[in-house]
Every structure is written in structure tokens, then in C-alpha cells.
Design a protein. Sequence first.
Length: 85
Amino acid sequence: MTYAQFYRRNPDGSLVDRSVVILDGLCSKQWMGDTAASECQCRGYDAWRIFKGESFSRSAPISNVWFVAKDEPVRNPVWLSAHAM
């Protein structure tokens, strides 16, 4: 299973996971990154990260945390094309 996990900031600045979207593992890595970034912004979350594993409880992150807020560094989700999943 491959999924995007979305985060919100706590008042102290730490990130808390709030939601996930299951991604189609047969689609391209670029599509997964674009979809995660788009859904994160549309849903009003602050950041996202891609995970992969057998289940939610047995998964591991396969990307960095990517921020969509304007005050965070601009990061392009092209990491997906440079990293094997």
C-alpha cells in the first residue's frame, strides 16, 4: 500500500498527522507526488509525506516532509522521479 499522509501544525510548530489518501501504486511516481501536493493544498493541510508498506501500522516513509505553505521553503515533488519506491 502506498499513501500520502497529511499534517497540520500545532501552536508549538510541531507537525501532527491528520489524514491520509491511498495512492494507486501502479501510477507513476510523478503522479503520486502531484496528487499528494494537490490534495494537501485543496484540503488545507500544511505538509505531506509519502509512505509505503503492508498496512498503515507496518509502513515507512519513503519521502521527506513537503510543505505547501508560502512561508516554508519551496520544494518540488520531483523527488519521486529520483528515488526508487
